[in-house]
Design a protein around this ligand. Structure first.
Ligand code: GBH
Length: 474
């Protein structure tokens, strides 16, 4: 029996998410230029299994099969990203546009629409053209990157904006900045001890440049494309719920400090017009100021809150990691028990109540409609299991049971305006520094044969979506 609080808003976008570099492969085809992830993943020691993105799930070649499977899953929408260096191989505003790259995405978008699937497009999911990194330091160079990104965005609005009505400028600026320039575990690998770059400054600089590039593209869209194309545009931020480890005042404060550094760093300037005061307290002048003109551009530059979330942390004061706001994260409660089921990744446990609490927090603080653009789970040791065992992905099914229930409660009981749910990911794929050893897909991919087989979690998500739909059509 379907309960009344199983209702989803009428135009709710239910689908799956991916990103260009993680699935496309064919890195040397149809004029694509190199990206920083080609170079990084080919450097020995940067990925866990020593593998790169040259094949991934071969989705550049197998796109028709992928769309057929999406249709079989019955999704209403599909979130994917564009590869900047397929569209402008060298990346810059004076560099030539690659018609073959544009045509490929046009065909892809047309085929989605023909199958009744709404395209939800990310402009940038971490695969910066290597040409821009080599030419002027990529995201570190404000004057150049903001203009080059804006031009890239314009080329995309021009080429695809008649069909694409949902745009994300950037995927997870925290990851671009901290993992790429602060901890050095992602491309371009700055910020490691003894590595290139000043880890105490670069991440904070990159964070601001990413926001300014985002805001410039949004301005261009609103002024020149939106009036005729009529879509929405915004940014998507990673951020996990933070619970105080216990109810001492220090740890209650620590949870807010963790949110300030993980989310507020970007969301506060964009939605409220200033940095969280705590960030200035910790970083002093290492946190770059927004000029009056810049903050005018940035404030209000997102039509919605784009939310990527995976887990909940227990926050404890006294950490020494600036990128976490000097807060310690743990999954171990004061009584020694674990918060939830452990995933393959050390940073991920299953805790659905946190998903609901995060939605409420974001809605109250930023007062924007929320698009959940990623949410997912990697089953522990899945990659080592025989296929039949791996397909019965119980822990992932339980994870999605929890988060979909929390999603419905947030909408129907807490009154949060949520407009999409895109589990990560449609397919097992290239999991960045983990290579292919960590699987996030609701669809198993055999990387030798490129066979795709739905896991139980994929079938589960199809089933719950049908239940919600039947409520909608009453
Ligand atoms: C998403 O990021 C990405 O958008 C997607 O491309 C990726 O495949 C997916 O996650 C699964 O990983 O303290 O160094 O251990 C998720 C956000 C933020 C999750 C950083 C991991 C811990 C980093 N990520 N977080 S670390």
């Amino acid at each position: 029996m379907v309960e009344s609080n199983n209702k989803l808003p009428k135009d709710f976008l239910w689908g799956f998410a991916t990103a260009s570099f993680q699935i496309e492969g064919s890195t040397n085809v149809d004029g694509r230029g190199p990206s920083i992830w080609d170079e990084f993943s080919r450097t020995p020691g940067k990925t866990l299994d020593g593998k790169d993105g040259d094949h991934a799930t071969e989705s550049y070649r197998l796109w028709r099969e992928d769309i057929a499977l999406l249709k079989q899953y019955g999704v209403k929408s599909y979130r994917f990203s564009l590869s900047w260096s397929r569209i402008i191989p060298l990346g810059g505003r004076e560099d030539p546009v690659n018609e073959k790259g544009i045509q490929w995405y046009k065909d892809f978008i047309d085929e989605l629409i023909k199958n009744g699937i709404i395209p939800f497009v990310t402009l940038y999911h971490w695969d910066l053209p290597q040409g821009l990194h080599d030419r002027y330091g990529g995201w570190l160079n404000k004057a150049e990157i903001v203009k080059d990104y804006e031009r890239y965005a314009r080329v995309c609005f021009e080429a695809f904006g008649d069909k694409v009505k949902y745009w994300l400028t950037m995927n997870e600026p925290w990851c671009i900045s901290v993992l790429g320039y602060g901890r050095g575990v992602f491309a371009p690998g700055h910020g490691k001890p003894n590595g290139p770059g000043d880890a105490s400054r670069e991440a904070w600089i990159v964070g601001q440049n990413v926001v300014l590039a985002h805001a410039s593209a949004v301005k261009a869209y609103r002024e020149e494309y939106k009036p005729t194309q009529g879509g929405v545009i915004g940014i998507t931020l990673n951020g996990d719920w933070q619970m105080p480890w216990d109810d001492t005042p220090e740890n209650i404060a620590a949870a807010q400090h963790a949110l300030d550094f993980a989310i507020g760093w970007f969301a506060d300037p964009i939605y409220l017009g200033h940095y969280p005061p705590y960030m200035r307290e910790v970083l002093g002048d290492r946190l770059p100021e927004y000029s009056d003109e810049e903050i005018k551009l940035v404030k209000g530059s997102s039509d919605f809150y784009g939310m990527n979330t995976y887990t909940t942390n227990l926050a404890r004061a006294g950490g020494d990691d600036e990128f976490q706001g000097l807060v310690d994260y743990t999954f171990t409660r004061p009584d020694g028990t674990q918060l939830g089921t452990q995933a393959h990744c050390a940073w991920l446990q299953d805790y659905p109540d946190g998903f609901r609490d995060l939605l409420s927090y974001l809605y109250k603080r930023y007062k924007m409609p929320i698009y959940v653009t990623e949410n997912g789970f990697a089953v522990k040791d899945e990659n080592d299991m025989p296929v039949d065992q791996l397909l019965a992905d119980k822990d992932r099914v339980r994870y999605y049971e929890g988060t979909t229930r929390a999603l419905l409660a947030a909408i129907n009981e807490d009154g949060v305006d949520v407009r999409s749910y895109f589990p990560w990911s449609f397919l097992d794929n290239f999991e960045w520094a983990d290579g292919y050893t960590t699987r996030f897909g609701v669809t198993y991919v055999n990387y030798e044969t490129q066979e795709r087989i739905p896991k139980d979690s994929g079938k589960f998500l199809v089933k719950v979506r049908r239940q919600y739909d039947s409520v909608n059509s009453r």
